[in-house]
Ligand binder design. Structure first.
Ligand SMILES: C[S@@+](CC[C@H](N)C(=O)[O-])C[C@H]1O[C@@H](n2cnc3c(N)ncnc32)[C@H](O)[C@@H]1O
Length: 277
């Protein structure tokens, strides 16, 4: 990984993609996941030392995950809709004969060959604001029967909070919102990225409040399983905690509060709705 990091640090990128490649927790987890998948298949290596498998990297950005896959597999295609970063990815990976970078919106692609491995890092908290789920659902028809998707799963946790800001917002390196956690965390959803995903989420969440407080929001924390044994995030660049306002009520320690939460994965934060029950 150390040699790979020094190569990646020379990649041409936009400022946003540069932050992504400096997030070493994210990068190491994906590297480990891709290597682990490859190691299980090393008996398929051809005379060039590459495994004969077709890999797609959806939303490849600077090409960093495409690069990891290109170290192992004979045919790796990175798809990227932003022409500037797609151009950089082409340049970053120009030495690899087994790599093709395609500057297209993955949601518009039709008639592709089937892939053995799909890597898709268009993740964001609870999969709401980026196109991970839409892209993976669109690629269902371009998967071999035993196709693996990296990441494997997403787990979403929620906590009741008393928070200062009254709009939907994230926490990141530059912005630390003012809030108190006032009850137990619950794992409210587990999304398996290996098969078709229902884009619409709706459920009633039941919170056990553990202090006298003003309840007026929820905090969502997303944990990604890159493979079933590799856990990643959240990090400031990868699924930072998401805060969602709820109508305010005064609570006592020991109260139970019910909130109906709904959103569309890939639909954006404007699809988020909450209702006190
Ligand atoms: C979170 S970044 C990750 C980039 C890269 N995979 C990495 O791990 O560093 C997501 C990338 O997906 C691209 N993207 C988003 N929607 C897309 C779409 N519909 N088709 C192709 N690329 C898309 C974005 O432009 C962005 O470069």
């Amino acid at each position: 990984m150390t040699n790979n990091i020094s190569r990646i640090m020379k990649f041409k990128t936009t400022p946003y993609h540069s932050h992504l490649i400096k997030d070493t927790e994210r990068l190491s987890a994906f590297y480990e996941g891709i290597s682990q998948y490859a190691e299980d298949l090393d008996y398929l290596e051809n005379e060039e030392g590459l495994i004969n498998k077709v890999v797609y990297d959806l939303g490849c950005g600077s090409g960093v995950l495409t690069y990891f896959a290109a170290l192992y597999f004979s045919a790796v295609v990175g798809f990227e809709k932003d022409s500037k970063i797609a151009g950089y990815a082409k340049e970053n990976l120009k030495d690899f004969e087994n790599v093709l970078i395609v500057n297209e919106d993955v949601l518009k692609l039709e008639g592709l060959d089937k892939a053995d491995l799909i890597i898709c890092e268009m993740l964001d908290t609870a999969l709401i604001d980026e196109e991970e789920v839409l892209a993976l659902n669109h690629f269902i028809d371009f998967k071999e029967d035993n196709c693996t998707v990296i990441p494997s799963k997403v787990l979403n946790y929620v906590e009741p909070v008393s928070m200062e800001r009254r709009n939907v917002h994230w926490e990141d390196d530059d912005y630390h919102p003012n809030y108190n956690i006032i009850g137990k965390s619950i794992c409210y959803s587990e999304i398996d990225l290996q098969s078709r995903i229902d884009e619409n989420f709706e459920d009633v969440l039941e919170f056990a409040i553990n202090e006298d407080s003003k309840f007026n929001g929820i905090k969502i924390t997303t944990i990604t399983l890159i493979r079933d044994n590799i856990v990643c995030g959240p990090t400031p660049m990868f699924n930072p905690p998401l805060f969602i306002p709820v109508d305010e009520i005064n609570c006592r320690a020991g109260d139970t509060v019910k909130v109906k939460l709904s959103y569309k994965m890939g639909g954006g934060i404007e699809t988020i709705k909450t209702e006190l029950i």
